[in-house]
Design a protein around this ligand. Structure first.
Ligand SMILES: Nc1nc2c(ncn2[C@@H]2O[C@H](COP(=O)(O)OP(=O)(O)O)[C@@H](O)[C@H]2O)c(=O)[nH]1
Ligand SMILES: [Mg+2]
Length: 364
């Protein structure tokens, strides 16, 4: 997961480390030159001559058996690594450019990349660092806090929302074809069933041949009710009926499938608006795949403009090397990510938690 992202971030981390090293060495050289100049001015007494300066010609005389003292020069040398380096804006210019490129190449949306870079910069400028200490640590910490900030925007607890909402809770899933809507509905059905809720599925994809059969297979496997129309072509009517069924039978949650559609298809976008008008969903969830990167984020933005959406599910995160969509989608839409799909089976769904994602983005 996110292998390319991690790979690309390495360049930035190395750039900061070598800057600290470089600056530290320059500082140390100066200190050493100064110490040597002082030593020339006032040479140390006989017993203060450093070990390395003595010629080893046989056993040391009795009076030298005690620990020899270091010369000024070598003492300065040993202090190099204890010296603190302070990073300023100029030092960070190149590394931060490297970071911005890494983020953009990982499909992080431009405004989000800029926010992250600014926040990392704020964390690092003026930071003191001992050059011998692990330089990777401060960089890691700065990245962690910048990403966490972005991922924590629009926080939303879907469990709490569903627990408190009036029943039946109506949840409609929309998005383009093949991104994992139907699979996600089945996963969410399983997730909610495991938490004690009763579920009704609505076969609202009346457009694609085989779509009703596909969701029917899931309904049977999960042992939940499916509402479908034999020959109906109106998804709004199917979903409306599913809601009526849930009300009549005191079911907790309706999960409605819909046909895949592109935001450019005016008829299908109008159909989606009609569904929203007729059904008035409690949650309109946009589903897209993490591997689509920038495209997924752009589609989310356009769907949100058209309807608007309440949140997203990002699927196929398990197959995503870049991470950009997962980092950007909430920030760009202003809507929370509710779940991440991490595989093809029912349990391969995780409730979105910034910390969980952060571990996978930065962890090994
Ligand atoms: N690896 C992986 N595959 C997924 C995930 N979610 C869905 N898929 C696969 O994506 C394909 C399309 O899924 P489907 O639910 O039919 O998409 P829909 O057209 O949006 O309803 C199927 O082969 C799913 O198994 C996921 O989180 N990870
Ligand atoms: Mg489908």
């Amino acid at each position: 997961m996110f292998n390319r992202f991690k790979e690309r971030l390495k360049g930035f981390k190395e750039a900061v480390s070598s800057k600290i090293q470089e600056k530290g060495e320059a500082q140390a050289e100066k200190a050493e030159a100064k110490a040597q100049a002082e030593e020339r001015r006032a040479p140390p007494k006989r017993e203060e001559v450093a070990v390395e300066d003595r010629v080893d010609d046989g056993p040391a005389p009795e009076n030298n058996a005690a620990k020899p003292k270091w010369s000024f020069a070598s003492r300065a040398k040993s202090l190099i690594f204890e010296q603190e380096v302070v990073l300023d804006e100029k030092d960070l210019k190149d590394p931060l450019w490297e970071l911005e490129m890494a983020l953009l190449e990982s499909d992080v949306a431009l405004p989000v990349a800029e926010t992250i870079v600014a926040s990392v910069k704020g964390e690092l400028v003026g930071k003191k660092k001992k050059i011998r200490a692990d330089t990777g640590e401060i960089v890691e910490e700065a990245l962690r806090s910048a990403l966490l900030q972005v991922l924590s925007e629009n926080r939303f607890d879907v469990d709490e929302f569903i627990a408190k909402a009036e029943k039946p809770v109506k949840i409609v899933f929309v998005g383009v074809n093949g991104t994992g809507k139907t699979t996600s509905i089945a996963k969410v059905a399983r997730y909610l069933k495991d938490r004690g809720y009763s579920i009704v599925l609505a076969a609202g994809d009346t457009f694609r041949a085989g779509a009703v059969e596909q969701i029917e297979v899931h309904a049977n496997k999960l042992e939940v009710k499916l509402v479908k129309h034999r020959d109906g072509k109106d998804p709004a009517a199917v979903i409306f009926d599913a809601v009526e069924y849930a009300k009549a039978h005191h079911r907790d949650i309706v999960l409605a499938d819909t046909a895949g559609r592109l935001h450019t298809n005016v008829n299908l976008m109008d159909q989606m608006k009609k569904i929203v008008r007729v059904v008035d969903p409690d949650l309109l969830i946009f589903v897209d795949e993490a591997i689509a990167g920038n495209d997924a984020v752009e589609r989310a933005r356009l769907f949100n403009e058209a309807v608007p959406i309440d949140g997203t599910i990002l699927t196929k995160t398990d197959a995503d090397a870049k991470g950009g969509a997962a980092i950007s989608i909430s920030s760009i839409t202003g809507k929370p990510v509710l779940f991440l799909g991490i595989g093809q089976d029912y349990p391969d769904l995780v409730k979105f938690e910034p910390e969980w994602l952060l571990e996978r983005l930065l962890g090994s």
